[in-house]
Design a protein around this ligand. Structure first.
Ligand code: NAD
Ligand code: ZN
Length: 355
């Protein structure tokens, strides 16, 4: 059975394209009257970008602080309640990095589906189409702008709502919006994209569709991260993120993401930096990718946090390993159908202990 997946319906790309937001959202208002719910990264509170959000009287603008932690199901449920209080919702718009975009996707799904977002962590669980939603990235690398998942930490695991209803209806890709991201954060989120490509291109699920996007994005990452940053790199990174996301849409991520999800769940390490910490230990699985990654870190003078699992107790290691090893499709892609013989709990533990 071939996957017949949904893609983002509309895309605007270019420097200054966010100026078109008002016109784009006006068209949506005409199509489906109701309130627009803007979820905006709290980092922009009081900043020029917040003042440019085309909010009207009945709309809701919620600043979301994603610094303390990445999106949780509790947070999605609370935001959904807040959004629903606005009355009839016409659109949900996320302006921020992967965290805020994922929150917007999840709230759009949860406004039409009953229960808690934790009930929908998995594959194809929402049954009702979501509210129309749009994404405006202010950090590039996660590929959340094109993916059909919204990654959430829930009561039992870190796992996305993987659904056609998660996919954005509209994205606005304006490279000017990512220009002021802190260099380390930009690097780590950029490495998320690079690692998506390495894992997709070295996985058993690889096919010409994924390869076409993955090779392009990987080349662009090499082009921009193996030299100092320049303005044009923002435009290129934005498209690398898009292509990296498209690459995994028709394949899967692998060893790094599986272990990184465990690390995030137990130790709260953020996605970009967590992936980088894990990837640095994976030369036995991805030798060339790890070598290139280390060269990129050197050029950008980035250092990795060390000892993130130091002092962790038995229960912590057990949970971390069980979260990681529960991600069956990732391991199948990375290591094939007999992956359990290769990635034993003991091997996963040995890798974690090195981090
Ligand atoms: P993020 O959204 O978590 O943001 C990281 C930090 O950067 C935050 O403190 C944020 O406030 C700040 N920030 C964002 N934009 C900024 C800007 N322009 N200027 C200054 N600061 C800015 O980081 P991320 O790496 O983009 O996203 C990580 C999240 O994305 C994780 O929750 C991860 O699970 C998720 N993710 C989702 C997918 C998907 O397909 N849905 C794929 C990969 C990762
Ligand atoms: Zn990722």
């Amino acid at each position: 059975m071939f996957r017949n997946f949904r893609m983002v319906s509309r895309v605007v790309f270019g420097r200054g394209s966010f100026n078109q937001a008002e016109e784009i959202f006006e068209a949506r208002r005409q199509e489906a009257p109701g309130a627009l719910v803007f979820l905006v990264d709290d980092v922009f509170r009081g900043k020029p970008l917040a003042a440019r959000v085309p909010k009207k009287e009945k709309d809701l603008l919620i600043f979301v602080d994603v610094k303390p932690h990445e999106p949780t199901t509790i947070q999605v449920d609370a935001l959904t309640k807040e959004a629903a209080a606005a009355g009839k919702v016409s659109a949900v718009i996320g302006i921020g990095g992967g965290s805020v975009m994922d929150l917007a996707k999840a709230v759009a799904v949860m406004l039409t589906n009953p229960g808690s977002s934790a009930d929908y962590q998995g594959w194809d669980l929402p049954k009702v189409p979501s509210i129309w939603h749009a994404g405006v990235p202010t950090l590039s690398g996660t590929g959340s702008e094109v993916s059909r998942t919204t990654v959430l930490t829930g009561p039992v695991r870190k796992l996305g709502i993987n659904s056609d209803y998660s996919v954005f209806d509209q994205i606005i890709l304006d490279p000017e919006l990512i220009a002021d991201a802190p260099p380390d954060q930009r690097f780590f989120t950029g490495m998320d994209c690079f690692i998506h490509c390495v894992e997709s291109l070295n996985g058993t699920f690889l096919n010409a569709f994924s390869q076409a996007y993955g090779e392009k994005a990987e080349d662009v990452c090499r082009e921009i991260f193996l030299k100092p940053w320049e303005t044009a790199s923002d435009d290129k990174l934005m498209m690398a993120s898009y292509c990296g996301g498209m690459s995994i849409a028709y394949s899967q991520v692998g060893v790094c993401h599986a272990l990184s999800y465990g690390l995030a769940y137990v130790q709260g390490v953020r996605h970009g930096v967590g992936n980088s910490i894990v990837f640095d230990q994976l030369s036995e699985f991805y030798p060339k990718g790890v070598e290139e990654f280390r060269a990129m870190m050197e050029v950008h003078k980035v250092s990795l946090p060390r000892g993130v699992t130091k002092g962790l107790n038995e229960a912590g290691f057990t949970k971390m390993i069980s979260v990681a090893l529960s991600l069956e499709p990732l391991w199948q892609n990375a290591l094939g159908p007999d992956w359990k013989a290769v990635m034993t709990p003991e091997r996963a533990r040995a890798l974690y202990e090195k981090m």
